[in-house]
Design a protein around this ligand. Structure first.
Ligand SMILES: *[C@@H]1O[C@H](CO)[C@@H](O)[C@H](O)[C@H]1NC(C)=O
Ligand SMILES: *[C@@H]1O[C@H](CO)[C@@H](O)[C@H](O)[C@H]1NC(C)=O
Ligand SMILES: *[C@@H]1O[C@H](CO)[C@@H](O)[C@H](O)[C@H]1NC(C)=O
Ligand SMILES: *[C@@H]1O[C@H](CO)[C@@H](O)[C@H](O)[C@H]1NC(C)=O
Ligand SMILES: *[C@@H]1O[C@H](CO)[C@@H](O)[C@H](O)[C@H]1NC(C)=O
Length: 508
């Protein structure tokens, strides 16, 4: 064929492709930004009613996006909640229980679990996580994000209170961190992929490292026209609070407020980068948090608003979270009361990116009907496991529609010091038969037990919830506990591996 005919054919194919793409809406695959706060309560954001929080960027996303009132994480503590977020499966299946990972933990999120990053990678997505991982390190960093589908990792691989912090600076110029954090382990490292860059991490500089990396990642991917998935699990607002120069002293809510404001500023920088990269209209931004507020920190902890108790409990305050979905031109601004969960994010991203679902038992549902206002949620129930689930007790509570039944309740040290004695660690495990029953629409604070009422209607509700619970538990296969594999001090990350005596010499 003549050269010019070849060019004509090529141009024609190109034009037809463009036409088909615009006709059938088969444009470039969307980008995903997943923002995940730490120990942030239902009542902590300005837009969720906190009177003195300063969260202008998150408030803007909510005002111009979809704000959820009934969105749940899957565990009242950190590691299990993150395992479920990234896999779309309850933590009991992957074995991320009981409690959380430590610096020297032998286990991690099993590598044969499929994360959101691994779902999107085969479609050519660039993937990065910046912030708190907390799904294990293991021998030679076996469980780090770079082995779970992420091209890049910049962050602290666990909670930033899991290392001595007493003499570290949390706010500039030199305000020491409040409290002691965990003793007898290495100081907290900052990692780039599987390399330790700094130990101990400099808290006042940390958020700038994160936001600089996140912005560069977005701009680079946008320039390459490569779809991307950015996961930003923030350390904010977990104890001890910290912030850099730009956020310190800015809020009227003290140290917690400054830490939350620093998170909010990073969100602002990420949104600005989406605009600067020209991908603002082709990116779904989702914000939520891992579990309820750590009330034991008093005014240095978060707030669950009108919900009962907080972190560590299966009351609403432990697991119902603020959540916002933002996609200009695609998601209509508003508020939704539909039931949704962190479990639903993987199936939703997969369907929007036209990716294959992993061939395993998934607990999540595609949320597109909620996001685009085309119908009710596919999720009809939410299941509440405690921070230490086991097969003997099973679920602590089940919500179906507006009703929630508690089979077991318990307070938690994390939720201590509030006025409600039910939240305290002294409130030990209690079985309820018949279960406690609450109507969360009329009584979101779980104050008025309907099972005590003589109305026979509630008996039928409890029966119905029991059936949903039984059906769910029949599907539940507990994976081998990764956290029960224990700890080995030799596995703690040390920037100076041959040094002596550990852990104190691990400083670079
Ligand atoms: C991962 O491997 C373990 C151990 O072989 C197995 O029990 C588990 O079912 C596997 N999980 C998945 C999601 O394939
Ligand atoms: C971990 O990495 C070091 C250095 O590469 C190597 O010598 C050691 O054998 C590795 N350990 C295991 C258990 O693979
Ligand atoms: C992480 O590793 C990837 C692949 O080797 C590399 O391209 C990237 O620059 C590394 N990222 C960081 C933050 O070191
Ligand atoms: C903090 O510094 C003091 C004084 O130098 C020292 O005695 C103490 O052991 C340090 N604490 C930690 C946790 O490093
Ligand atoms: C993005 O969407 C908004 C709202 O629909 C629209 O006003 C704007 O022109 C769009 N921008 C681009 C670059 O497409």
């Amino acid at each position: 064929m003549h050269f010019y005919s070849l060019v004509t054919v090529a141009l024609t194919i190109f034009a037809v492709t463009l036409l088909l793409q615009s006709r059938f809406g088969v444009g470039a695959p969307p980008n995903f930004v997943l923002l995940f706060a730490d120990d942030l309560g239902f009542g902590d954001l300005g837009i969720y009613g906190h009177p003195s929080s300063m969260t202008p960027n998150l408030d803007h996303l909510a005002a111009n996006g979809l704000r959820f009132t009934d969105f749940y994480c899957t565990s009242p503590v950190c590691s299990p909640s993150r395992a479920a977020l990234l896999t779309g499966r309850f933590q009991t299946r992957s074995g991320v229980y009981p409690g959380v990972f430590y610096p020297g933990s032998r286990g991690g999120l099993p590598l044969n679990e499929t994360t959101i990053a691994e779902v999107l990678k085969p479609l050519g997505y660039a993937t990065a996580v910046v912030g708190k991982w907390h799904l294990g390190l293991g021998v030679n960093g076996t469980y780090l994000p770079i082995h779970q589908g992420f091209d890049h990792y910049v962050g602290v691989p666990y909670s930033h209170d899991q290392g001595p912090c007493a003499n570290l600076t949390c706010f500039p110029p030199d305000v020491k961190c409040f409290g002691t954090c965990d003793l007898g382990v290495v100081t907290v490292p900052l990692m780039f992929n599987d390399t330790i860059k700094q130990q101990p991490v400099s808290f006042p500089d940390l958020e700038k490292t994160y936001s600089d990396f996140a912005v560069q990642f977005i701009l680079t991917s946008a320039k390459r026209k490569q779809p991307f998935f950015l996961y930003y699990p923030s350390h904010h607002t977990h104890y001890p609070q910290f912030a850099g120069k730009e956020a310190t002293g800015q809020s009227s809510r003290g140290k917690f407020g400054d830490s939350l404001y620093e998170l909010d500023r990073t969100v602002g920088k990420i949104i600005q980068a989406l605009q600067d990269g020209g991908v603002h209209n082709n990116t779904l931004v989702l914000f939520t948090a891992d579990n309820g507020p750590e009330l034991m920190r008093k005014s240095r902890g978060g707030n669950s608003g009108l919900l009962k108790c907080g972190k560590g409990t299966t009351y609403e305050g432990g697991m119902r979270e603020p959540a916002i979905a933002y996609w200009p031109g695609k998601i209509q601004p508003g508020v939704t009361h539909e039931l949704a969960s962190t479990l639903d994010i993987l199936p939703t991203f997969a369907s929007l990116g036209r990716a294959k679902l992993p061939q395993v038992y998934l607990d999540g549902f595609d949320m597109r009907s909620i996001l685009f206002g085309s119908g009710p949620s596919k999720r009809k129930a939410m299941f509440y496991y405690p921070d230490d689930p086991n097969q003997k007790y099973g679920l602590f509570a089940v919500r179906v529609g507006k009703y929630k039944a508690h089979y077991y309740t318990r307070g938690s040290p994390h939720s201590d010091t509030t006025a409600d004695p039910k939240c305290s660690w002294q409130s030990t495990l209690q079985q309820h038969d018949p279960p406690l029953l609450f109507d969360l629409d009329t009584d979101p604070s779980e104050n008025y037990n309907l099972a005590a009422s003589p109305n026979p209607e509630y008996k039928a509700v409890l029966q119905m919830i029991q059936e949903v619970k039984t059906r769910f538990e029949e599907t539940m296969v507990f994976g081998e506990s990764q956290i029960a594999k224990g700890r080995d001090p030799a596995l703690e990350p040390c920037c100076n591996p041959q040094c002596n005596p550990k852990p104190i010499c691990c400083t670079c």
